[in-house]
Write a protein that binds this ligand. Structure first.
Ligand SMILES: Cc1ncc(COP(=O)(O)O)c(C=O)c1O
Length: 440
C-alpha cells in the first residue's frame, strides 16, 4: 500500500498513516466491532467517486452525469441481495446509526412506542437509549437479560403484549449468545409490530450461515458494513419478503426516509467500496473465515474459563466475549492490556454492579485476529497473555471512597507505564503479529 503522493505533498499526514499502520501491524486488536478492510476496499475508498454528487436513486438523480454512479450503486444492491437473500436494499446510509434512524423515520411518528435491548445489557444506543435521539423522540421501552445472562424472551413477550410497540429491535452490540430471531418473529407477529434485526455485529456470520438467519422472521434488517462484513465504514437497510408482505410500501418508505428524509448526497466512493467488500463476501474464502471467527471465539472463551475467568452467559456462540474482571476494574484491564499490546474495550457485564463509565468487564472479539489468519492455537496464547496481565494488576481494587479511588487510579497509571512484565508481553505480542501481517 503506497501513499507516494501524500508523502511528497503532506508529510505530516503521511507520517500519521505510517504511525497508525505500525500500531495496527504490531498489536492485537480485539475490539469486536472492527475489521481489516481488504486492499480492494481501501482502493475503492480512495477512488474519484468521492468527487461526485448524486442525490436520488439509480435512474432518478437530481444532478447529471450519474450513469457510472448508477452502475456502481446497482451492483452494490445486487450483490447485497444475492448475499442476504432479501427483496430490497438501500446502500446509501452513511453508517449504522443513520441507517437505524432512517428505519424509525420510515415507520414511526414522534412519540410512537418502540422496544429494544437496553444499552447496559448489550443493546445499542440507537435502539432507544435515553441519551440518543431514538430515546428522545420516541416512547422507547427496553428489555434486558435473564439471570443466566441470555436475552430474556419472557420479558420481551410480556412487555410487547402489554405495551404494544410499533417497532421492535432485535440485535445487539455486546452480547455473546445467538439471537433467537424466530422467537422475536413470533412475538412481533402477535401484536402486528414491525420487527427489525440490527445485524451490524454479526452480518458476516449471518451471510455465511455461521449465525441463524433473521430473513424469514423479520421485516427489516440493518447493518453496518465495517464489522464482520469486512467492508468500509457504512450502513445498509434491507427489506425482506416478510416485510413486503406485511407492508407493500415498506421499500419505498425506507428509500424516502434515507433520501430526502435524512441524508442528501450519497457517499459514492463508500458505495463502490461496499460493492467491493460484498463481492469478496460472496466468495468461499469469506465463508470459511466467518466460521473460523466463531471457532476462534470459542477456543478463546474455553481457555479463559480454564484460567478461572467469569464469562457472561458462560461463553460464546458468535465472535464476541464479555468477561467480568471484578467490580469497577474494566478500565484497569483495558489499560493494562493496551500497554501489553492487546486492545479491547471496557464494558458493562450482565447485572453490572457499577456504571457504563466505570464498568466491571471487558468486551473482546476475534474478527481482526481471524482476518489476519490466526487460528485456535493463537487464541490460546492470547488467553494466556490476558491471564498474565490480569494477575499483574490484581492488586488494584475498587474502593467505596471517591478520593481513595482517585489515588488508586493514579498509582495504577504509574504502575502500567513502568512495569517490566507488561513490556515483556508487549514484545511477545509484537513477535506473534510479525507472523500475521495485515497488508503485505
Ligand atoms: C448493533 C449496532 N448498531 C449500530 C451501530 C452504529 O454503527 P455506526 O458506528 O456505524 O454508527 C453499532 C456500532 O457499534 C452497533 O454495534
Amino acid at each position: 500500500m503506497n501513499f507516494d503522493h501524500l508523502q511528497k505533498t503532506d508529510p505530516t499526514l503521511f507520517w500519521y498513516i505510517q504511525e497508525e499502520r505500525e500500531r495496527q501491524e504490531t498489536s492485537l486488536e480485539l475490539i469486536p466491532s472492527e475489521c481489516i478492510a481488504s486492499l480492494s476496499t481501501i482502493e475503492a475508498l480512495g477512488s474519484p467517486f468521492t468527487n461526485k454528487y448524486s442525490e436520488g436513486y439509480v435512474g432518478k438523480r437530481y444532478y447529471w452525469w450519474n450513469e457510472v454512479v448508477d452502475k456502481v450503486e446497482q451492483i452494490a444492491i445486487d450483490r447485497a441481495k444475492e448475499l442476504f437473500w432479501v427483496e430490497h436494499v438501500n446502500v446509501q446510509p452513511y453508517s449504522g446509526s443513520p441507517a437505524n434512524f432512517a428505519v424509525y423515520n420510515a415507520i414511526c411518528e414522534p412519540g410512537d412506542t418502540t422496544m429494544g435491548l437496553s444499552l447496559v445489557e448489550g443493546g445499542h444506543l440507537t435502539h432507544g437509549h435515553a441519551v440518543s435521539a431514538t430515546g428522545k423522540f420516541f416512547n422507547a421501552i427496553q428489555y434486558g437479560l435473564n439471570a443466566e445472562g441470555y436475552l430474556d424472551m419472557e420479558q420481551v413477550e410480556k412487555l410487547a403484549l402489554e405495551r404494544k410497540p410499533k417497532l421492535i429491535w432485535c440485535g445487539t452490540t455486546a452480547y455473546s449468545r445467538a439471537v433467537d430471531f424466530e422467537k422475536f418473529g413470533e412475538i412481533a407477529d402477535k401484536i402486528g409490530a414491525y420487527l427489525v434485526a440490527d445485524i451490524s455485529h454479526i452480518s458476516g456470520l449471518v451471510a455465511t450461515g455461521a449465525h441463524q438467519d433473521p430473513v424469514p422472521y423479520v421485516h427489516l434488517m440493518t447493518t453496518t458494513t465495517h464489522k464482520t462484513l469486512r467492508g468500509p465504514r457504512g450502513g445498509m437497510i434491507m427489506v425482506t419478503k416478510k416485510g413486503l408482505d406485511f407492508d407493500l410500501e415498506l421499500a419505498k418508505k425506507i428509500d424516502k426516509s434515507v433520501f430526502p428524509g435524512l441524508q442528501w448526497g450519497p457517499h459514492n466512493h463508500q458505495t463502490l467500496a461496499i460493492a467491493a467488500a460484498l463481492w469478496e463476501a460472496l466468495k468461499p474464502e469469506f465463508q470459511q473465515m466467518s466460521h473460523q471467527i466463531v471457532k476462534n471465539a470459542k477456543a478463546l472463551a474455553k481457555r479463559l474459563i480454564e484460567h478461572g475467568f467469569d464469562l457472561a452467559a458462560g461463553g460464546t456462540d458468535n465472535h464476541l466475549i464479555l468477561m467480568g474482571v471484578g467490580k469497577w476494574r474494566g478500565q484497569f484491564m483495558q489499560d493494562a492490556l493496551d500497554v501489553a499490546g492487546i486492545t479491547m474495550n471496557k464494558n458493562t457485564i450482565p447485572n453490572e454492579p457499577c456504571s457504563p463509565f466505570h464498568p466491571s468487564g471487558v468486551r473482546m472479539g476475534t474478527p481482526i485476529m481471524t482476518m489476519r489468519g490466526m487460528g485456535e492455537a493463537q487464541m490460546l496464547q492470547v488467553a494466556d497473555w490476558m491471564k498474565r496481565v490480569f494477575d499483574n494488576v490484581s492488586g488494584f481494587e475498587y474502593s467505596e471512597d471517591k478520593q481513595e479511588r482517585k489515588r488508586i487510579l493514579q498509582e495504577f497509571t504509574k504502575h502500567i507505564q513502568e512495569d517490566i512484565e507488561l513490556q515483556t508481553i508487549r514484545k511477545e505480542v509484537a513477535e506473534l503479529c510479525k507472523g500475521f501481517p495485515i497488508y503485505q
